[in-house]
Ligand binder design. Structure first.
Ligand code: PRX
Length: 588
């Protein structure tokens, strides 16, 4: 028993509202083969280039050419309450046009084109148009500020950025430091002020002039498709590269886990700057020919409940922080009609049992927790519609996937023993292809055929996996993965700061918040104003969501004799835990 709740949600007493795509987990696991999944979509995969392997062919063209032609692919819900619908035929035309626009600008296969836009339909048209041309698409959060943008655009040597009028100045302020950046395509959406500059291209005008026919570029399944920058403990964010063949795992898991069926209305709340927004906001749902809701507005319980109700959402994929915020808001849910909802999932951070029980109370449905990572390109461990839920567990490895708990030497541990969560690399079709310009980093993820996730976990006697924590200093705040080094680097750029260390501090709503320990220059006075100034400094230089919500001023940081900051010591002190062996520390 967990508190007053039982430790299991039985699917016999809480059956799925609709016959699920996978009715028997064990049978599905026994039957699954990646070879069959590939040939179902691609036919007999030969070592040739073909447009049928292109993600955009699979997500758009093939639906536009069959009975889903007039089906709504994208239902855009703007903040002002208005809606726009795009059918698969519309998406085909628009993505053809955008691919022609890029081609006219000289973009070629394998060139990097980045998207830096808020949640508007054009970012999906751009995303799929870039892939259609065989170029590599990168995505970035609209909250990113100049340092975060510069790191990503310079490392990837992006030649084009697609943005909107509001965000354009952030790119223009750094363009002199980006020698590879040729063009900035700007979506205006009604706004008129577009600065005249030789490298600025007006999206609407270019789209109007472009032809709506385009031959989708032929690719091999392993050709690079999209890239996302993600954080580790050290150094700048790394460019994780995924390929066109990821579509197979995206579709298999969208079917198995999200249980998408022909008439579903699906809402994935994740931003496209996050891997969930790419794989489950684009690849999986459109690969299966589904209908996806895109909500433009900001988070508020009332807004979100209205989206669920007004658009008759049936399947909802969200994140634990958002669920905890809804839960804690006290907004009366009784006045909303959620009767069309039939399946709920969450991702990104530990899903606490209370939130799962709350879902059952308010929506009559439990949230199904799912686990994966940017590097993995698709869900690997999950709860499923027809599988009992043990609230707090991430569920079981999906059909096709082999997961295990390893000791530091790479030996598989027995049930109940805590260790390193690993996946048999050859069983994860959508595993990253490489780390951009950093093969050494890529290689460091593996022990033999095991991919090491960096999470620690255990597996119970029934085969359910339980998340314990990270093995490194990576922070997970509101589901977002933040590298402490990036935040520390931003802080030390402030003229009053000598050095800084950043940790994740447990938080009831956000999972963790960023807490910074800052050493000030001699003579600088500590004050609450200075704390606010430092917070604002990080917000405006790095990103609106990666700033330290708490700051402590300290005299010096705990470091090893070789100068490495020991964040674990700061964290232990913060949490009132033993600091462990500090004999190798300088000055502490
Ligand atoms: O620590 C795990 C946590 O998020 C990390 C991956 O972050 P990212 O690459 O941004 O991808 C997030 C979306 C797939 C993991 O190493 N994480 C993700 N899902 C869960 C989770 N922690 C606990 N439970 C989960 N369900």
């Amino acid at each position: 028993m967990l508190g007053t709740h039982p430790d299991r949600i039985s699917k016999t007493t809480n059956p799925p509202r609709q016959k699920p795509n996978i009715e028997d987990y064990d049978l599905a696991r026994a039957d699954f083969s990646w070879q069959t999944a590939n040939s179902k979509l691609f036919g007999d995969v030969a070592d040739v280039c073909s447009s049928k392997y292109n993600i955009t062919y699979n997500c758009v063209d093939r639906h536009a050419e069959d009975s889903r032609r007039d089906k709504t692919a994208l239902l855009y819900a703007a903040e002002d309450g208005s809606t726009e619908r795009f059918t698969y035929a519309d998406l085909k035309k628009q993505t053809n046009k955008f691919a022609n626009v890029l081609s006219g600008l000289g973009v070629n296969k394998n060139d990097r084109v980045f998207i830096f836009m808020p949640a508007i339909p054009e970012r999906y048209i751009a995303f799929l148009g870039i892939l259609k041309l065989g170029a590599v698409v990168g995505t970035m959060f609209a909250a990113f500020q100049e340092e975060a943008l510069l790191d990503r655009l310079s490392d990837s040597e992006a030649s084009v950025v697609v943005t909107n009028t509001e965000l354009l100045p952030r790119i223009q302020n750094i363009q002199s430091k980006l020698p590879c950046l040729q063009k900035i395509i700007v979506v205006q959406r009604g706004s008129t002020e577009l600065p005249v500059a030789s490298n600025v291209v007006a999206y609407e005008a270019a789209m109007q002039d472009a032809s709506d026919s385009f031959q989708t570029v032929a690719v091999k399944p392993e050709d690079f498709a999209y890239m996302l920058y993600t954080s580790g403990t050290t150094g700048k964010p790394k460019g994780v590269i995924h390929s066109h063949s990821d579509i197979v795992q995206a579709m298999a898991t969208t079917s198995a886990v999200l249980d998408i069926q022909e008439n579903d209305i699906y809402w994935c709340t994740a931003d496209i700057g996050w891997v969930t927004g790419v794989v489950y906001g684009v690849l999986g749902i459109w690969g299966l020919g589904g209908t996806s809701v895109l909500y433009e507005g900001r988070f508020s319980p009332e807004n979100w409940y209205r989206v669920l109700q007004d658009h008759k959402v049936t399947v909802w994929y969200s994140a634990p922080t958002a669920i905890r915020m809804l839960m804690g808001s006290g907004v009366d849910t009784a006045s909303y009609d959620f009767s069309h909802l039939r399946h709920l999932c969450s991702v990104g951070e530990p899903s606490n049992p209370e939130a799962i029980w709350w879902g059952l109370e308010v929506f009559g449905l439990p949230f199904h927790d799912t686990w994966w990572q940017t590097e993995l390109g698709g869900i690997c461990i999950s709860n499923l519609p027809a599988l009992d839920i043990k609230p707090g567990s991430m569920g079981k490895p999906l059909p096709g996937i082999e997961a295990a708990i390893l000791d530091p030497a790479g030996n598989v541990l027995a049930p109940g023993q805590q260790g390193s969560l690993a996946l048999r690399a050859s069983t994860v079709q959508s595993l990253m292809k490489t780390i951009w310009h950093n093969q050494g980093k890529y290689d460091s993820y593996f022990i033999g055929d095991w991919y090491i996730s960096g999470d620690s976990a255990y597996c119970d006697a029934d085969g359910y996996f339980w998340f314990v924590g990270r093995n490194d200093d990576v922070i997970n705040t509101a589901g977002e993965r933040i590298g402490p080094f990036e935040v520390e680097s931003a802080l030390v750029e402030h003229p009053n700061v000598v050095e800084a260390a950043v940790i994740g501090k447990p938080d009831a709503v956000r999972g963790e918040i960023i807490k910074a320990f800052v050493v000030l220059k001699d003579g600088v006075k500590t004050s609450d104003e200075l704390k606010k100034e430092l917070q604002q400094f990080v917000k405006s230089h790095l990103s609106g969501h990666s700033y330290p919500r708490e700051i402590d001023f300290i005299d010096h940081l705990p470091k090893t004799r070789s100068g490495k900051i020991m964040r674990r010591v700061l964290k232990a002190k913060e949490l009132g835990l033993p600091t462990g062996d500090t004999s190798t520390l300088e000055n502490y």
